[in-house]
Design a protein around this ligand. Structure first.
Ligand code: CAA
Length: 389
């Protein structure tokens, strides 16, 4: 039985910052951000969007009534959770109107959470071939104003339906995964911003990639020539390229050219959204599928997932017949076309705006946010969500 990605959707907030202007404001050469880091625009989350609303908005566009009846497992991958106890999945389950006989849980391991969700979903479908699993990767990346990590922030979510006989991508079973307890990036529970050892995190990302790639080759008997493209977890678009360059010389020239060209296409969306942590790898996959018009069905795509702390995984998928018909290219294009640029001053004010830390009730202005699903405020320490449609 084939198991894999049946549908894939994406959502990013309606406002963004131009990276050249951010560089100028920070007295940094703009090429450092646009070339050295490889980011052009950075999505900014207004206070009316959190990891729950981003995920629900991403899922809303892909879900139909049949999915509402068949989804019996919601897995919410995030490292921007809104509650230490209740999972974001339960809120999303309600906001989407899914049938009640479902499991709903949150999975955390930095940017690896959605990958863990997908692998759990595969097991669930193997046991329950008639059901469907909704896997979400939703995050708001925050390092702080004027920090080295600032240029690698972002916000957004990817939603995927995992099922038998998937219409987009069959997930193969040569997975190789690796865990090692390191402190390259973390966020203690008292902090709303991440702590990071930037250079160390870059080194570990590459080390993990090299280790899982070597093990993958031995386990699967496959090599670079068998990959049409490799999609990477992208904290910023230069990161995956650095990893790819460490192995690219293994391949003949024509394969090298193909992988490098497809790498660029797979980073287009991420370049204009920024890091969305758990969703980043899947945003890169979406970027490749939606922006490379002649990507043939039947080809194999490699995927490298990395969650600091750290867990890494390399796995592959095969594109299914007519997969392109099941993409939501126009609605994703609309997200980019209708976004509004904010000034650096506006971005800084939005960044500093947080819900009251003393638990006081608050009513937010939801009119300024065009998203369907928004956070409208808090009452008695409970977040209030609204579906405007
Ligand atoms: N023109 C062109 N390029 C320039 C330039 C210019 N004028 N000035 C600098 N550059 C280049 C540098 O040469 C460098 O390129 P290489 O890495 O290829 O050498 C690049 O721009 C970045 O410069 P620095 O290394 O000096 O940048 P930095 O130290 O200020 O910060 C960072 C970079 C460490 C990634 C920082 O943004 C950061 O800490 N980000 C958060 C952590 C992160 O994203 N880590 C990634 C791996 S961990 C992970 O993947 C999990 C996750 O999601 C967080």
């Amino acid at each position: 039985m084939k198991i894999g990605i049946d549908k894939i959707g994406f959502y990013a907030p309606h406002i963004y910052v131009d990276m050249e202007k951010l560089a100028e404001a920070r007295d940094i050469e703009p090429a450092k951000f646009t070339v050295g880091i490889g980011q052009s625009q950075m999505a900014v989350a207004p206070i009316t969007q959190d990891s729950v609303t981003l995920a629900a908005n991403a899922a809303l566009e892909i879900i139909d009534d049949e999915d509402r009846e068949k989804i019996d497992f919601v897995i919410f991958g995030s490292e921007s959770g809104i509650d230490h106890s209740k999972s974001g999945a339960v809120y999303v389950h309600q906001l989407l109107g899914l049938q009640p006989q479902a499991r709903a849980v949150e999975v955390k391991q930095a940017c690896y959470g959605a990958t863990a969700g997908i692998q759990m979903a595969k097991g669930h479908i193997a046991l329950n071939p008639e059901s469907k699993v909704l896997v979400l990767g939703s995050d708001i990346a925050r390092y702080g104003l004027n920090t080295a990590g600032e240029s690698t922030q972002g916000a957004g979510a990817v939603a995927m339906i995992i099922s038998a006989n998937p219409r987009i991508m069959e997930l193969e079973n040569h997975n190789v995964y690796l865990t090692n307890d390191i402190m390259d990036f973390w966020r203690p529970i008292y902090s709303d911003k991440a702590f990071v050892d930037g250079k160390f995190s870059n080194e570990q990302y590459i080390l993990f990639f090299n280790k899982v790639w070597e093990a993958f080759k031995s386990k699967s008997g496959l090599n670079l020539s068998d990959m049409e493209a490799i999609c990477y977890h992208l904290p910023y678009t230069k990161m995956g390229l650095k990893a790819l360059r460490t192995v690219i010389d293994e391949a003949p020239e024509e394969v090298r050219e193909r992988l490098l060209e497809n790498y660029q296409i797979s980073t287009q969306y991420n370049r204009n959204v920024g890091n969305i942590y758990t969703g980043s790898l899947y945003l890169s996959l979406l970027s490749l599928l939606e922006n490379k018009e002649d990507l043939k069905e039947g080809v194999r795509i490699g995927m490298f997932s990395y969650g600091s702390g750290a867990v890494g995984e390399f796995f592959t998928g095969v594109l299914q017949p007519n997969y392109r018909e099941h993409l939501h290219i126009e609605s994703h294009q609309r997200i980019f076309d209708t976004r509004k640029e904010v000034t650096i001053e506006e971005y800084e004010a939005i960044f500093e705006e947080t819900l009251p830390r003393d638990g006081a009730d608050i009513e937010l202005n939801i009119e300024q946010d065009p998203a369907s699903i928004v956070l409208s405020g808090t009452v008695d320490n409970k977040r209030q969500y609204v579906n405007k449609n």
